[in-house]
Design a protein around this ligand. Sequence first.
Ligand code: UDX
Length: 453
Amino acid sequence: MEKNNGRRVILFPLPLQGCINPMIQLAKILHSRGFSITVIHTRFNAPKPTSHPLFSFLEIKDGLSETETRTDDNTWLFTLLNRRCETPFRDCLTNLLGSSSDSETERISCLIHDSGWTFFTRSVAKSLKLPRLVLNTYTVSFFLNHFALPKLRREVSLLSQDSEQDDLVQDFPPLRKKDLLRILKEKREYLEPYLNMILETTKSSSGIIIMSCEELEQDSLCKARDAFKVPIFAIGPSYSNFPASSSSLFTQDETCIPWLDKQEDRSVIYVSFGSLISMTGPELTEIACGLRNSGQPFLLVVRVGLVKGTEWIEAIPEELMAKVNEKGKIVKWAPQQEVLKHQAIGGFLTHSGWNSTVESVREGVPMICLPCIWDQFVDARLVSDVWRVGLHLEHRIDRNEIESLIRSLFSGNEGEAIRERMRLLKEKVGRSVKENGSAYRSLESLIDHISSF
Ligand code: UDX
């Protein structure tokens, strides 16, 4: 830990678990390098200040109603947040800068906001003469190419040939045409103006911070440097010395760990679908059945709200539940990073959120990808087609397919080869965040960049 350098950084995360975790992780990294930290956050999905006593937290009003917070359409939710938070954010930042200008010992260096805060961060920071950096919580490949989605939507009829479904999308590698069709099916109001705002806000920033590294996405990083023309700091994925688990919005069920302690090494399949997606009761039943039939012990996270219209796991029939309990454990929320680190874990059936993906790579756990929305399709292709450290559940959720993929991952020759590639990737990424690795050097440049403001 370096001593305080007399500079404060203001962080402004988007209020979703998958966006709060990397922002808090970044806060911990910057704090360890001597920066003081203030987190401005909305009332909706507010992080817990008591979990981070070394940071200051300032809540702003977001004006969201209960019904609005329960929407499935994230672009609409982000649009509402962007419309309603401008004045509270401006007031909060103006007050902060006002009080800091009276201080002789500390000054505010910059604002770092999630790339999803687009409507006002640029103008507010500019009017207050505050340098501004953007944190992107997606893969570089997705972030770079997703601006083409409205154009691809207009061309979608060209993609409907069955024989071409497996082809790569030229403008969006490593996505295949069938993935693109699924992304474009998602209900997303206001997509085009929202993406245009993200592009403008990012291009006019003083730099982009990305939780990825050259070892994972070299080509995309190269193209992104060309496209955005601002410094890009690929500071590496999921630092194990700065775990994000303390920023959990849900209560973690710690009983998983003693349960894992009783299982054989590399025998358990961990199953989790992150904080956003939902599925139907029959889909959850298919998953529970596939897990049970695979014969492997499993730890399944069923978040409250995962199955719409139910309290929790009542969609799983009683007679199946009795069998499920013989081999498995179901919890509402797990300490995921601790779980992935545990020696009992041998595989991860995941929705392929970027945080889950990099956490799995960090711990060298091979994956079975079941992407459901948005960037998850790109993450899944990186895992299964580019790095080849996992399998891909491509079709509908089906018990036989789940069973067969788990068997291949745990016992087949293919599983063996995947584990070996994952071991090598884990080592490569591990070296990247160590002294003189690419992510390490990028972090040093970021620190220098912020210190130069
Ligand atoms: C969302 C998108 O789905 C994702 O694709 C995007 O990259 C970020 O925003 P989310 O769906 O929550 O995120 O998935 P993910 O990115 O994997 O983040 C989930 C976070 O919650 C991870 O840091 C994970 O460790 C944590 N988690 C998840 C737990 O701590 N416990 C759990 O039981 C499940």
